[in-house]
Write a protein that binds this ligand. Structure first.
Ligand code: HEC
Length: 181
């Protein structure tokens, strides 16, 4: 039979050991949560990069093929049904944001803190800015990518973009985690 001094010693040792294991388990849990989130972030960034290439290539291609003068329909206007389908399906949202202060459509001015900050960064030459934002309980990756004067034809409709290198940004909003759907 252990005397009481040893019993307390043993009990203390066992509890310490338990505390250590428990702490480690919690630590690993938090670690797992973090790496899970990193995975969602990486995948949202990859998706945004793909969308950026897709929309910019489509804008250039449609403008080159179909725009004749300022009475032609703008590429992005022809995409409206696509943009609506993407938004309704909760896949993503995308919009053009003006950086020079005289947009054709005033709704395309930077509309909130993220867009205002990101447009400033675009105009000073940064190519991508992103941040995670929680909107109605769902996390989104918000991104803005640089929008250059890709074609001479841009000034057919945007006279104020003449001679400019960067005219604004393309703003994307992609959900971070779609596992539950
Ligand atoms: C045929 C005319 C036309 C051409 C060419 C054109 N756009 Fe536009 N653009 C528009 C119209 C119209 C809007 C407003 C669309 C809306 O929001 O309803 C617009 C919107 C924009 C916006 C958002 C700010 C604003 O003015 O409302 C940006 C930025 C933009 N265009 C950039 C470009 C770039 C870059 C090019 C060349 C690759 C280009 N556009 C070519 C007609 C044109």
């Amino acid at each position: 039979m252990l005397n009481s001094k040893y019993r307390w010693f043993l009990l203390g040792g066992v509890s310490l050991c338990g505390l250590f294991l428990w702490h480690n388990a919690v630590g690993n849990g938090a670690q797992a949560g973090k790496s899970e989130r990193d995975k969602y972030l990486r995948s949202a960034r990859r998706e945004t990069k793909m969308l950026d290439t897709l929309y910019k290539t489509a804008i250039v291609s449609v403008t080159q093929t179909y725009v004749v003068d300022d009475s032609s329909t703008a590429a992005f206007t022809t995409f409206q049904p696509v943009l609506k389908a993407m938004k309704d399906g909760k896949w993503h949202e995308v919009r053009l944001v003006d950086g020079l202060g005289e947009p054709i459509n005033p709704d395309n001015s930077p509309k909130d803190a993220f867009e205002k900050r990101a447009i400033k960064e675009m105009l000073s030459g940064k190519e991508v800015v992103d941040e995670v934002e929680k909107i109605d309980g769902q996390e989104f990756l918000r991104t803005m990518t640089i929008l250059p004067m890709a074609l001479d034809k841009c000034v057919l409709c945007h006279e104020n973009y003449r001679g400019k290198k960067i005219v604004g940004g393309v703003a994307f909003q992609v959900p971070l985690n779609r596992d539950g759907e």
